[in-house]
Design a protein around this ligand. Sequence first.
Ligand SMILES: [Zn+2]
Length: 263
Amino acid sequence: MKSIISFSQFHFIVPLNVGGTHYTSTLPVLRKYEESMLAAMFSGRHIVVKDKDDRYFIERDGSNFGHILNFLRNSSRLPPPDKVKDVYHEALYYGIKPLADILRRHRSIHEEEEVARWAEQCPAAQEKADEIADLLLNKFADTLRRTSRVVLQFDQEPSWESVHLTGSTGETIGGYYKPYAFQQDEGHKDHKCPQPEISMGEMSEKEREKTLSFIDHHFEKLGYKVEVVAGECREAVWSQKEGSGMDSITIYCTKQIYTLTFT
Ligand SMILES: [Zn+2]
């Protein structure tokens, strides 16, 4: 009995239908990388479905298959930078390891994988991103604006800056200086920075950086552009006028906050 599909059934020229997009290639090109899924598909060992026009059918988005074919034809032909991510995923799907290996070194892929790893290592990053997304959707829903801001803060020790003005000129003469009276005063210890809407918990400098980068990538995928600006709380928490010249000392909170602008 003759097998339904056999090696000899493939012609040298192979018409393809990839998810509705038509391509034409040749057997040696499709079989170029032995371990690839395409080589297996056209090895004669598997059953391959055909469409009504006798084209071999691959159930996959066809828009980037041309880049895969170009690489099989000539391994120096790489996709343009804006297609790298999509083609990388196709290369993984088709099992074309040499192409996947080249594209993995591309900055966008490297970043994407780094970011995905971070989401695994630090589940809080994903949780916070979801929290920000919920807040953001509410903010956008309330207005018709195209821009919205979310202020974040990581847990940190209190930090202050003292500004010392002379009564006569109003000039700043003091840098970092905490008056004794301030240190004795309990009031400022309750200071909670008023701007932050989301508390990010305790993270090291490196963890903060990675989490912010994760948020950036995460929201880019959700269709937002994110601009992160680091700043300080700058709330005046204590002040005192002193001396005969009425010098004044004001203590400002200098805890770091991050303002994320989403467009
Ligand atoms: Zn503050």
